[in-house]
Unconditional design. Structure first.
Length: 186
């Protein structure tokens, strides 16, 4: 009897302590993309047979938890036919005072990212944003744009891999919020 009482009390406590209650405080919005909706050609890559504008979407976030020291934004396609998905954008060390990125900020030639932000090389082999470019006829791909509130600025090697970056972001994440947009090429 006492064991059942302890188990029944431990479950709600473990859910509360897991951080899931805090995960809902960080919110991500965009004027360019929306949850479950198709992105426009503005977010399509320019190259690899694609002819889009290669413009990163506008992103805004609110509700960063206490202790946030920096932000990271990752854009990932889990449906790419690679066996490991496709990293479209990884930017870390966005200052904690920044709560939005303008449309096109991922173009490193425009120098529109906040000071101290670090763009990691994406799977196209370039630092900065690389838009959607799924193979023709491959169907709908999901593009997960996620903002992470980080407990500290990250110290990554200059040529950090996407896997290392993802690991360090997640290891130091206090909360995250995602918009999953769609894209396909017929």
């Amino acid at each position: 009897m006492m064991r059942n009482v302890l188990v029944n009390l431990a479950l709600p406590l473990s859910i509360f302590l897991s951080g899931s209650a805090l995960a809902d405080s960080l919110k991500l919005t965009s004027t360019d993309i929306a949850q479950g909706q198709y992105m426009s050609a503005a977010q399509e890559f320019q190259g690899f047979g694609c002819n889009g504008s290669n413009r990163s979407p506008q992103l805004s976030w609110t509700g960063a938890p206490k202790g946030t020291e920096a932000f990271a934004v990752l854009a990932y396609d889990p449906d790419a036919p690679t066996g490991s998905g496709w990293w479209h954008w990884q930017v870390v060390n966005i200052p904690k005072t920044v709560t939005a990125l303008a449309s096109g900020a991922g173009d490193t030639g425009k120098q529109a990212m906040p000071a101290d932000s670090v763009n990691i090389r994406n799977d196209y082999g370039i630092a900065g944003f690389g838009g959607a470019c799924p193979p023709k006829g491959h169907g709908v791909h999901r593009y997960q744009f996620t903002v992470f509130a980080l407990s500290k600025k990250l110290e990554l090697p200059k040529e950090a891999s996407a896997a290392l970056t993802g690991y360090m972001v997640r290891a130091n994440s206090l909360a995250s919020a995602t918009i999953e947009a769609l894209y396909k090429r017929d």
